[in-house]
Design a binder for this molecule. Structure first.
Ligand code: ZN
Length: 150
């Protein structure tokens, strides 16, 4: 797999130094997911206060794409409301071609900036790896569904 150097460096940095690693004793929701195609595993804990995701903790193993995506995801959603996290999730899935939509990066809307996650857009050229990048987000989707509307 050949990614642009800049993107590859960002992905490898998150893979080697994953942010918010470890389970959360204070978690309000817990979710786990697997990507059997690649052997990736990912688990997510979220702590939510007044509708805001105040902390996230992850555990997992697998390829650099899956684990880096999870690390970037935690940075993108901490401090956001549950609805903003859903919006970021949708934008990510649009960027990756997983969900239909337009203009995944819209500076006019809060939470629009995907930051390091944009490094993963190159993965879109490798369809078999899209599931790797999507695994943490599928896990997030499940976690937010557990939380419900808020
Ligand atoms: Zn993978």
């Amino acid at each position: 797999m050949e990614l642009d150097d800049l993107y590859r460096d960002v992905i490898l940095d998150h893979y080697r130094n994953p942010r918010h690693r470890g389970s959360l004793p204070s978690a309000d929701v817990h979710s786990e997911g697997q990507n059997p195609t690649c052997g990736d595993e990912f688990a997510l804990d979220l702590a939510v206060e007044d509708g805001i995701i105040v902390a996230a903790g992850t555990e997992g193993r697998g390829c650099s794409i899956s684990q880096a995506s999870g690390s970037m995801m935690t940075e993108a959603i901490i401090g956001k409301t549950v609805n903003e996290a859903r919006d970021i999730m949708h934008r990510f899935k649009v960027m990756m071609g997983i969900e239909a939509g337009t203009s995944p990066i819209d500076p006019e809307r809060p939470g629009a900036e995907l930051g390091d996650l944009e490094a993963l857009q190159g993965v879109r050229r490798f369809p078999v790896r899209i599931k790797c990048a999507d695994l943490p987000w599928t896990t997030l989707e499940d976690a937010l569904a557990q939380w419900g509307d808020d």
